[in-house]
Design a protein around this ligand. Structure first.
Ligand code: CA
Length: 255
């Protein structure tokens, strides 16, 4: 009798495991975009560069300097260093992903390092996901923008940037705040950091959150989301003219 029970238990257990395994593909995240710059090549000039890699990286608002560097703090192999003029951005596009159903989420992660110590600047470091459109003179689009003062870690923010006229991606003047200034996160020196952020569709809107080195920085809800499709990762330094080195950019979509 005991043996029979044991056989039944094992049978039930294995059916359970089979069911979980069968369901797994529907709840696992799929990689939408991944770039470690291992096969990248830099083109253009020091002032107007581009990097062809898993992504086609280039200036979004104006030309930027881009080069491939070896940075041991970011690990072995090539990393991409961007030298920004003031109010410029770098971006790459990928196949569009959409937040269609409640529970759909997009996760973005990248590693970065400032070669130079940063002076305090509100909203100095900015990054986000956009639905980018090529409008001829410049890339434009709508999306979610995250910012922080990199020197102090103060004022981490989340905003929605609509695609209004004459504005460009990661622009500072027209985004609609979702969280204007959160509690200070950790400051950025010249050490490497991992930044991650998530957009998740819920019944009450798009939940947006971001972290530095897995420590939550700020989170908020956009109840009036008008953009749910994204095809571009964008990064900038606000009004600062300086460089940042990035590596291991990964975008995943769940389910
Ligand atoms: Ca790399």
């Amino acid at each position: 009798m005991q043996n029979t029970n044991r056989v039944q238990s094992v049978a039930v257990l294995s059916i359970g495991i089979t069911t979980v395994l069968a369901l797994c593909p529907t709840i696992q995240a799929g990689t939408v975009f991944e770039d470690d710059f291992s096969k990248a090549s830099a083109t253009g000039t020091d002032k107007a560069g581009a990097v062809e890699s898993a992504g086609s990286w280039q200036g979004g608002r104006t030309a930027v300097g881009i080069e491939l560097v070896s940075d041991s703090a970011l690990g072995a192999g090539q990393s991409m260093q961007v030298r920004f003029p003031p109010n410029s951005t770098v971006y790459t596009t990928f196949d569009p992903v959409s937040l269609e159903n409640v529970g759909d989420r997009i996760d973005v992660k990248f590693r970065c390092r400032f070669p130079n110590e940063q002076a305090p600047m509100i909203s100095g470091l900015r990054f986000g996901l956009y639905n980018a459109e090529d409008e001829g003179k410049a890339m434009n689009g709508s999306g979610y923008v995250m910012t922080v003062d990199p020197a102090t870690g103060k004022g981490p923010s989340i905003a929605f940037d609509p695609n209004t006229s004459e504005k460009t991606m990661l622009g500072g003047s027209d985004p609609v705040p979702i969280v204007a200034f959160g509690t200070a996160t950790k400051p950025f020196g010249t050490e490497a950091h991992t930044i991650s952020f998530t957009l998740e569709k819920a019944a009450d809107g798009i939940h947006v959150s971001w972290s530095v080195d897995n420590v939550p920085a700020v989170k908020g809800v956009d109840a009036n989301s008008s953009t749910t499709t994204f095809n571009a990762f964008v990064l900038g330094l606000g009004g600062r003219a300086d460089a940042i080195t990035i590596d291991d950019v990964v975008v995943t979509k769940t389910p």
